[in-house]
Each structure stands twice: as C-alpha cells, then as structure tokens.
Design a protein around this ligand. Structure first.
Ligand code: AP5
Length: 207
C-alpha cells in the first residue's frame, strides 16, 4: 500500500507513522527526517537547507522532489510518504512516477498543534519524538530507544511554528482539495490520544 500522510506541522504524522510501520510492515519515508539527517551530517544538502528549515519555510520543489524520487527508486513494495508532497507542483511531479492508494489527512485544530509542537522533544541520535506532557521518556532528556540526548528542534521555536502554520495554510492545505477531487483523501481525526488516532487510522483504511 502506498500512503501519503498530509497534515499541519505537529499533527502527529511522525508519531502515527511509527505505529503504522509496525501495523502495515512498510517503510516510512519522511522528507523532514531526511533533511535533518543531512543537516546533522553537515552534507552539502544539509548546509543548503538548514537556514530554510530553521525559519519554517519550505525547501524548493526541485530539490525535494529529486530526493524523494531517489529514495523511492530503491523500494519495491508499499511505503508511507510523510511530509511529501507539500505543494501542488510536488504532487503533480509525484503523480508522474507514483500511483498512491490513499492520502491520510490529519484533521486537527491549531491550538492542539501549538501544544504538541511547544512540548516536543526529539532524539538527536535516532529522531524519535517525545512530549513533555503527552509522551514522556522513562528518563528525562534521554531517548528510550537508543539512549540519545533529547533536544528541542530549531523549527519548534514560537516564530518558526507561526511561519510553518502560515506556509501550511498557503502552500500545503490546497492539497486537501487536490486529492479529495481524485477520490484519494481519507480524513482522520488526529486530536485524541495516540492510541485513539491509531484506531481512527485503522478504521479509515478498513483494517
Ligand atoms: P517535517 O519534519 O515534515 O515537519 P512537519 O510536517 O512540520 O511535521 P512535524 O515533524 O513537525 O510534526 P508531525 O506531524 O510529524 O508530529 P509529531 O508526530 O512529531 O519537516 C520539517 C521541515 O523540512 C519543513 O518545515 C520544511 O522546511 C522541510 N520539508 C520537509 N518536507 C518538505 C517538502 N516536501 N517540501 C519542502 N520542504 C520540506 O508530533 C508532534 C508532537 O506531538 C510530539 O511531541 C508527539 O509526541 C506529540 N503527539 C503526537 N501525536 C499525539 C497525540 N495523538 N496526542 C498527544 N501528543 C501527540
């Protein structure tokens, strides 16, 4: 199954992806994770995108689409695309080389997004996400999975969050109508607890 996870920043796409990977036995391709790994390794791509991401803006369509095309070329079965496409031109480019089965639209109000992003802590080593209230690690500041240190992402600062929400509304939200018009969109209520969101996701996919 080829799925797209679409939704505002902090909606819980990455968190649900971890559970969906276990459930569906397919890999998770996150453009945000790919960019953060490039930044951490100080590669050419990382140096190019760091400032853009820290400010909450989008990386250009050409760079992002080429990266996704390369990542998908080595995959045989299904996958979850998280954070791509994020603009109409990206969706049109994707449509030229992939036929997706469903687009999961994470439906969530802004106040929830703000509280989720404001309290998020991310593992520097493996990228796992935690939350100071909703998903605490066993030991404060330490990743349960790999023992790495937890940090606050640079784009989880207040000004960057506001910019990301503005960019989401102007450039990404139009994809809802784009995919609804193609009968691919399924809405999932992403507001409740993680277990409830997983249940909503399973219902939406008829699992
Ligand atoms: P990316 O990493 O994709 O960021 P995003 O879409 O803004 O998504 P987030 O990772 O912030 O949130 P999420 O929905 O995964 O939420 P999470 O599960 O962590 O992209 C980062 C940047 O890269 C972009 O801004 C852009 O610059 C660039 N980029 C990426 N893709 C691009 C593209 N296609 N084109 C151009 N540029 C691109 O959850 C958030 C918090 O809430 C966590 O703390 C979690 O523990 C908690 N939580 C999750 N679910 C629940 C729940 N049900 N109940 C309570 N708490 C919850």
């Amino acid at each position: 199954m080829k799925l797209i996870f679409l939704g505002p920043p902090g909606a819980g796409k990455g968190t649900l992806a971890v559970r969906a990977v276990e459930l569906l036995k397919i890999p998770h391709i996150s453009t945000g994770n790919i960019f953060r790994a490039a930044i951490a390794s100080k590669s050419e791509l990382g140096l190019k995108v760091k400032g853009i991401i820290d400010e909450g803006k989008l990386v250009d369509d050409r760079t992002t689409t080429a990266l996704v095309r390369e990542a998908l070329a080595i995959l045989k079965g299904g996958y979850i695309l998280d954070g791509f496409p994020r603009t109409i031109p990206q969706a049109e480019a994707l449509g030229e080389f992939v036929s997706v089965d469903k687009v999961i639209n994470f439906d969530i109000p802004d106040d929830k997004v703000l509280s989720r992003l404001g309290g998020r802590r991310t593992c520097r080593s493996c990228g796992a996400n935690y939350h100071i209230v909703f998903g605490k690690p066993k030991q404060e500041g330490v990743c349960d999975s790999c023992g790495g240190g937890l940090y606050t992402r640079d784009d989880d600062r207040k000004d960057a969050i506001a910019k990301r929400l503005e960019v989401y509304r102007s450039q990404t939200a139009p994809l809802i109508a784009y995919y609804r018009g193609r009968n691919l969109l399924v809405d999932v209520d992403a507001s409740p607890s993680v277990d409830e969101v997983v249940a909503n996701f399973k219902t939406a996919l008829g699992l």
